[in-house]
Design a protein around this ligand. Structure first.
Ligand code: FAD
Length: 412
């Protein structure tokens, strides 16, 4: 039997939930069905490597909305169900179990799957990725038996997990192939600051090291590096990025490559098919119009709202200011803008005080800020980023001058 719907949202994560919320908020009165591969109602993913992993927040508090919210708004869910293929001409999808669901509008909000290691031993028990509640639960169940952990990848997720495990008293090694942590997303002063913080908490941060293989029979016992060194470990956490979950859409003929391509209304090249969140590649004005795929709650929520508007017949361009956060130990990092293509950085304040900001400039214009325990800079710097303001580097470096004063000076 077919279970047709007006709007079919594939993926019950941040973007899928936000799209359903925005549709009902915009008075959409058609049927909304959300199909999600995970068994849970939409929940917040960021705490999985932070408060949830630390045991500070129970799962119920991660839910994006309580069950009653969805019932009251007549949003239907099919959970534990994976969509396997899309027939865009026929306006229907088929699930892995062969059920066919017809739609008027399809919103693809599938995020991505963690990139796996390609080396020997990558499948052993005790080797984890952190993307879902189930991933975090599996790790947490093993932790009491674990004293040594190797984290592969010095990106946000790896560093956050390392911070939690170090606080638990585990012996933690972070392996990063490049010569600094967060090399792809942050400027060197921030990388060096975080590296030092982790070291101060006892984490062995190793840079420029590559993994040869994971050792063990059934369970991981260690990691062998390319130079032959062996690091003992009962747990390995792999945080080396995601692969956007877009195969069914691409197989259906959607334009893509590093995700699925969308226009400023989050429409794919297929009729009545939208894509939002981590899986959607789009031209972003904060990247000078370059095609990017953003992996952030901000982007998931804001793109979802844009797709909902288009479905409601009130199209609006995606133009949201990018922002992001990360918590490690007592460090609250907040980012605004995109630092892609920066040619100058300015440190505002003193990193030794553990409260400073890194300002990114491109051709003399402010394009992004990374603020470390510096909420005022984060809030006040937003205007400079949004305007692409030209500000003298020396003035930016002077932490005694609030950014709101600089914004007033240069923007009026
Ligand atoms: P997701 O939330 O991943 O949801 C996609 C859903 O679609 C998943 O449930 C998936 O199972 C499902 N799905 C996939 N394929 C199919 C299919 N074929 N059929 C049905 N369902 C399918 N962002 C921040 O801004 N700040 C942070 O501090 C931060 N920390 C993070 C920490 C961790 C551990 C992780 C994993 C992510 C973090 N992020 C953070 C990123 C943020 O969580 C993502 O950007 C956000 O979840 C993207 O939302 P989404 O809806 O696109 O994808």
């Amino acid at each position: 039997m077919r279970n047709d719907t007006d709007v079919l949202i594939v993926g019950a994560g941040h973007a899928g939930a936000a799209c359903a919320i925005a549709l009902r908020h915009g008075k959409f009165d058609g049927r909304i069905l959300v199909v999600g591969a995970e068994p849970d109602l939409p929940y917040e993913r960021p705490p999985l490597s932070k408060e949830y992993l630390a045991g500070d927040k129970p799962f119920e508090r991660l839910l994006i909305r309580p069950e009653a919210f969805w019932t009251e708004r007549d949003v239907h869910f099919q959970l534990g169900v994976t969509v396997a293929s899309v027939d865009a001409a026929a306006h229907c999808v088929t699930t892995e179990s062969g059920a066919v669901i017809g739609y008027r509008h399809l919103v693809w909000a599938t995020g991505g799957a963690p990139r796996r290691l390609g080396c020997e031993g990558h499948h052993l028990a005790g080797v984890h990725t952190v993307r879902t509640r189930a991933d975090a639960d599996r790790m947490m169940a093993e932790l009491p038996e674990v004293s040594r952990v190797v984290v592969i990848g010095g990106g946000y997720i790896g560093l956050e997990a390392a911070a939690v495990l170090a606080k638990f008293g585990k012996t933690v090694v972070v392996l990063e192939t490049l010569d600094r942590v967060l090399a792809r997303v942050a400027g060197e002063p921030l990388s060096r600051f975080l590296e030092a913080e982790h070291r101060a908490h006892g984490v062995d941060v190793r840079l420029g090291d590559t993994v040869d293989c994971i050792l063990g029979e059934d369970r991981v016992t260690g990691v062998r590096l390319a130079d032959g060194q062996v690091l003992e470990a009962q747990m390995v956490i792999v945080g080396i990025g995601i692969i956007p979950a877009v195969e069914p859409l691409i197989a259906a003929g959607a334009e893509g490559g590093n995700g699925v391509a969308v226009d400023s209304h989050c429409r794919t090249s297929l009729p009545d098919v939208f894509a939002v969140g981590d899986c959607a590649r789009h031209a972003n004005r904060y990247a000078d119009g370059a095609q990017v795929r953003l992996e952030s709650v901000q982007n998931a929520n804001d793109q979802a709202a844009v797709a909902a508007k288009a479905i409601l017949g009130q199209p609006a361009d995606y133009d949201a200011t990018p922002w992001f956060w990360s918590n490690q130990y007592d460090i609250k990092l907040q980012t605004v803008g995109l630092s892609i293509g920066y040619d100058q950085t300015v440190v505002r304040g003193d990193s030794a005080s553990r409260s400073f900001s890194l300002v990114y400039l491109k051709a003399g214009r402010v394009i992004a800020l990374d603020c470390v325990n510096a909420v005022k800079d984060y809030v006040q710097g937003r205007k400079l980023v949004e305007a692409g303001a030209r500000v003298d580097a020396a003035r930016l470096a002077d932490a005694a001058t609030p950014l709101k004063d600089l914004a007033l000076e240069v923007l009026g």
